[in-house]
Design a protein around this ligand. Structure first.
Ligand SMILES: Cc1cc2nc3c(=O)[nH]c(=O)nc-3n(C[C@H](O)[C@H](O)[C@H](O)COP(=O)(O)O)c2cc1C
Length: 299
């Protein structure tokens, strides 16, 4: 790693070299990504459910702990997870001293209490102010502002509005999620007042990602014209690569909806800015160089 570090109060508090998060992605994030991201100086994460069983999740946490002593995060999808599994996953995170919990799809109040008792940081995923206020009241340490065009379940509000608007209305730090493909967008997100850039789609096209080669190649070759925002896949609006959506797709819920994410591939509009598949260390290095170039242009 040759590029100079840059940071924000939140990235320094977390002990990161750069204010970047390799965001959690259902099915395709894995323990290898967490370790590669951590060693590259950013926050690596994955959803706990990417481990099929609690035993597998515990084995993954042990493996990560053996490979790196740097910070990392685990995502728990509250409303989409069986309550017993959810509680066990949170307990395992606390037992293995996972420094950051990322909560999504539900009320984080209980998890925040358990996490804060152990000094663990909690960030919560939102697409609008109403839920941001609720999360702030629940005591979270930061709000992940998921804007229009993000991979996965995305919001409808442009980041130029969403980030400053949330900043004006909540007191906790903001993490910017959605369409951040490179260092220019990281610089823009920090200029808007975000303290961490939360990037999913860029890291699909990484060597370490668990996505198939065809999925990675499609992300590297697609443009935003290929992205469709629809609730027809899982009942909740999300962004998908159009080529992977079968004709006459009807919305579905529960485990069937979850299974669909295997064959219908999600990605955000940031695909337009992604041209190659490479190791996470090289992705981070490029982002950092681009960030410094963007900052120099502003001087
Ligand atoms: C394939 C895919 C799966 C995702 N799964 C999850 C998930 O399980 N939990 C979650 O909180 N966010 C999930 N997300 C959202 C990401 O964590 C992140 O907010 C988003 O990717 C940021 O937008 P970007 O893809 O434009 O960088 C997913 C995103 C993608 C692309």
């Amino acid at each position: 790693m040759v590029s100079a570090p840059f940071s924000t109060p939140l990235s320094r508090k977390l002990g990161l070299t750069y204010p970047l998060v390799c965001a959690p992605m259902f099915i395709i994030s894995n323990k290898e990504m967490i370790v590669a991201a951590a060693e590259a100086g950013i926050l690596g994460t994955m959803p706990s459910l990417n481990a099929r069983t609690e035993a597998q999740f515990e084995a993954d946490l042990k493996w990560i702990r053996e490979k790196t002593d740097k910070p990392f995060g685990i995502n728990v999808t509250i409303g989409l997870t069986d309550p017993a599994r959810l509680q066990r996953d949170v307990e395992l995170c606390l037992e293995y001293e996972v420094p950051v919990l990322l909560t999504s799809y539900g009320n984080p109040t209980d998890i925040v209490k358990q996490a804060h008792d152990k000094g663990v940081t909690v960030f919560h995923d939102v697409i609008h102010l109403h839920h941001a206020k609720k999360a702030e009241a629940a005591g979270v340490d930061g709000i992940i502002a998921v804007s229009q065009g993000a991979g996965g379940h995305a919001g409808r509000v442009n980041p130029y509005v969403l980030i400053p608007y949330l900043r004006q209305n909540v007191r906790v730090p903001i993490l910017a999620a959605g369409c951040i493909g490179g260092g220019d967008q990281v610089a823009a997100a920090l200029a808007l007042g975000a303290e961490l850039a939360y990037m999913g789609t860029r890291f699909i096209a990484s060597t370490e990602c668990g996505a198939s080669q065809a999925y990675k190649d499609m992300v590297a070759s697609a443009s935003h014209e290929d992205i469709v925002y629809t609730d027809q896949v899982s009942g909740i609006h999300a962004n998908f690569l159009a080529q992977t959506i079968p004709d006459a797709t009807a919305p579905t819920r529960g485990p069937e909806a979850a299974k669909r994410w295997k064959d219908i591939w999600s990605a955000g509009q940031g695909v337009s800015l992604i041209d190659d598949v490479k190791p996470i260390e090289q992705i981070v290095d490029a982002i950092v160089r681009e960030f410094h170039d963007a900052a120099a242009r502003l001087r």
